[in-house]
Design a protein around this ligand. Structure first.
Ligand code: 3H9
Length: 694
């Protein structure tokens, strides 16, 4: 086995190479190896300086997240950093790839830092529910000032090495071979007899800092960071750097770090990190299966969804043809795309050249014959089986052999759609979320006959389009929308039992959802659900409880934001409670013979969230989702579920499946069959286990 830190000496300079693939995480072996290497270098009279460099694709990408939550093993990272600072010889960090978190903290502790221009540096701990716990919050502000340090630490976003050099966090950008550049730099430092330079001694940028920097910053993240612990502690820690001497600041940072480490948010966010990566792995696919290359695409339907999907391909540099049989719809769709890009340019989130490039990649057509050579076609036409079948019949005729025929349906049967072609192996669902150019989730839906290549291709496409792809099985609503059903049902029942739309929305937004169910429904448009409900009305048993409030709103032409009224009335984009809605709700309670009562926020959260968990358990039991983590990812990236709760399934595990089951059983007694507990939930809860059976 290779040592996690290789030691070599070249021309009197020690080289410590971190060898811990894939990302050189700071495992116990790496920590011990760095200390041992530095001891050796310090003790060797023939060595005049040391270089720390990463082997493989990157410098150190941070602490080993897999160790979190377990008993930490010595030496700890601060011990490594103390050893660096105690060196009697210069230490140069040589950065490439991603120097992140604890990795960047190692670099910040070295006397000098050099990097390849392609490298990136950052402190992304906040994304894991943490703050930099080994001096990052104390050293970075000393180097680049508190304001810029806040930007990096509170966002967690890395910056390119070149930018870091401009800011003063990196001393030299190396062109050519990194190790040679770092050795040359170390030789120069030695030859010039430069005094060892420690960031801890640089106090200029953290002295006399206006406290408004921090109060303003707190204000600026109020909305975005609501409910999170990490971002607030990041600010507290950076503020400490401007108030306390270094060693006291380090102690305070450590205190905040352990507070975050002990929080359920940290566990939830790290679960989300691993679940996101796990979702890409599809068990059962042959090992040698290859994703087909996607070099060109076509999208059917120039509506909101179709346009958004086309933008995804163009953004990824893939030429895309947008097809709509109606010239008017096509022109409107292309116009909307252009407007969306122009808004991004005006906001500064996109460069004009990037917009021009993307627009050049999108062409409109009204003829099916024009799209036959595309590697993939994504259908986003009207959500009706008859229409979809007709379209797929046409695609079967015009598309080249081997092309992927994908449907963006959000509810319909993939197998029935596939059966209208002679190549069901190439047919699959690729369910994008609105707005498709913004939302990160791609819910791929395998049909019974989708081939391994087809599955592998759309999963890989997720990555190409910078989405998070999850693979679902074929059923009504797949993973996401199937679960949403019970959530919306209970929200509507709660209206009749005593709540107002604004009370429910507020309770769920306080829980952490990006948007409560009624504001969300108003935004999505109430007419879509109305149409679906009318279509399925004959299937509903007569004695089944059914809330008519939403239907009655639709009958009044209140389709949500787009008509200026729905569950709320709208003043611009602001949702305002509406007495008309209140009257409809009160009448509904009377008609149902329900005596309205005070309902607590806790009950609102349980009544709306536990159906997600219960249905999620059924989805898992039926194999519609491969893992509970895939369900979590679906909700985190597609439905605005708060990442600090890890997703509905992880959240339920944190509460305890036995407790969740007990509450569901209680609701079952009161509210009847909708609350029948899922078999898997009962099984796991009674065995005292989590979803995975462990
Ligand atoms: C920290 O440093 C705390 C300190 O302040 C204080 C400590 C006292 N540990 O993402 P990829 C795995 S907190 C363990 O697919 P990419 C990952 O699970 C840490 N494993 O590749 C995957 O495994 P698998 C701060 C890790 O090229 C494989 O590596 N650092 C870690 O798309 C490849 O990952 C961070 O938050 C880790 N730290 O992106 C950085 N990182 O193959 C987190 C990755 O089995 N990491 N793995 O699925 C990242 O942002 C990305 O992984 C990175 C590479 C950009 C590095």
């Amino acid at each position: 086995m290779t040592e996690p830190v290789a030691y070599a000496v070249k021309d009197g300079i020690a080289i410590l190479t971190i060898e811990n693939p894939p990302v050189n995480a700071l495992s116990q072996g790496v920590r011990a190896g760095i200390i041992a290497g530095l001891d050796k270098a310090d003790a060797d009279a023939g060595v005049s300086a040391a270089v720390i460099i990463g082997g493989g694709r990157t410098f150190i990408a941070g602490a080993d997240i897999k160790e979190f939550g377990k008993t930490p093993l010595q030496p700890y990272l601060p011990d490594v950093l103390k050893r660096i600072e105690a060196m009697t010889k210069p230490v140069v960090a040589a950065l490439h790839g991603t120097a992140l978190g604890g990795g960047f903290e190692v670099a910040l502790t070295c006397h000098w830092r050099v990097a390849l221009e392609s490298g990136q540096v950052g402190l992304p701990e906040v994304k894991l529910g943490l703050l930099p716990g080994s001096g990052g919050t104390q050293r970075l502000p000393r180097l680049i000032g508190p304001k810029l340090a806040l930007d990096m630490i509170v966002s967690g976003n890395p910056i390119p090495a070149k930018k870091a050099a401009e800011l003063g966090a990196i001393d030299e950008i190396v062109t050519g071979d990194l190790l040679e550049g770092a050795l040359a730099y170390a030789r120069r430092v030695v030859a010039e007899q430069r005094p060892l330079r420690l960031v801890r001694d640089m106090n200029d940028k953290v002295s006399n800092v206006d406290p408004a920097v921090f109060s303003d910053y707190r204000k600026s993240i109020e909305r975005k960071a609501r409910g999170f612990l990490g971002p607030w502690r990041c600010i507290d820690a950076v503020e400490v750097a401007t108030k306390l001497p270094m060693d006291e600041g380090l102690l305070k940072e450590r205190e905040y770090f352990f507070e975050c480490m002990g929080s359920p948010q940290r566990a939830a966010q790290i679960h989300a990190f691993f679940a996101e990566r796990e979702a890409a792995k599809i068990p059962g696919l042959p090992e040698d299966v290859q994703a087909k290359p996607i070099k060109s695409a076509a999208v059917l339907g120039a509506g909101t969804m179709g346009g958004g999907i086309a933008m995804n391909f163009a953004n990824a540099g893939i030429a895309v043809k947008l097809l709509d049989v109606s010239q008017e719809a096509l022109s409107r769709g292309l116009g909307v795309i252009e407007k969306n890009y122009a808004t991004s340019v005006a906001r500064g989130s996109m460069k004009q050249e990037a917009m021009d490039r993307a627009m050049k990649l999108i062409t409109g057509t009204q003829r099916f014959e024009d799209i036959g050579d595309a590697d993939i076609v994504v259908e986003a036409v009207f959500e009706e089986m008859g229409v979809k079948k007709e379209v797929f019949g046409k695609l079967d005729k015009v598309m080249k052999q081997g092309a992927i025929l994908a449907t963006n349906t959000s509810t319909l049967d993939i197998d029935e759609i596939a059966a209208s072609t002679k190549r069901p192996q190439d047919v699959i669902g690729t369910h994008f979320f609105s707005p498709a150019n913004v939302m990160k989730l791609l819910e791929n839906v395998r049909g019974a006959k989708s081939s391994p290549e087809t599955i592998a291709t759309v999963m890989a496409m997720g990555k190409t389009l910078k989405k998070v792809a999850v693979l679902a099985g074929n059923c009504d609503g797949f993973i996401g929308n199937r679960m949403l059903h019970g959530y919306l049902r209970e929200a509507n029942f709660l209206l009749e039992e005593g709540c107002s739309p604004e009370q429910i929305d507020r309770a769920l937004e306080d829980f952490g959802l990006a948007m409560g169910p009624f504001r969300m429904s108003d935004l999505a448009g109430l007419d879509v659900g109305w149409r679906i409900r009318k279509g399925k009305a004959h299937l509903r048993p007569k004695d089944e409880r059914y809330s008519k409030v939403a239907d009655q709103l639709c009958e009044l032409g209140r389709f949500g934001q787009k008509t200026g009224a729905g569950f709320y009335k709208y003043e611009g984009r602001d949702a305002v409670p509406d007495p008309v809605v209140k009257d409809i709700i009160l009448a509904a309670s009377r008609e149902q013979g329900i005596e309205r009562r005070e309902i607590s926020d806790e009950e609102i959260v349980q009544r709306c969230m536990y159906p997600l968990v219960n249905e999620g358990a059924k989805i898992l039991e039926e194999g519609i989702a491969i893992r509970s983590g895939d369900i979590d990812i679906t909700y985190l990236f597609g439905y605005g579920f708060p990442v600090y709760r890890g997703g509905p399934m992880f959240w339920a595990e944190q509460i305890g499946l036995d407790k969740v089951l007990a509450t569901i059983r209680g609701f079952h007694k009161i509210h009847g069959k909708f609350w029948e507990p899922a078999k898997l939930l009962v099984e796991r809860a009674e065995a005292g286990k989590g979803w995975s059976g462990r």
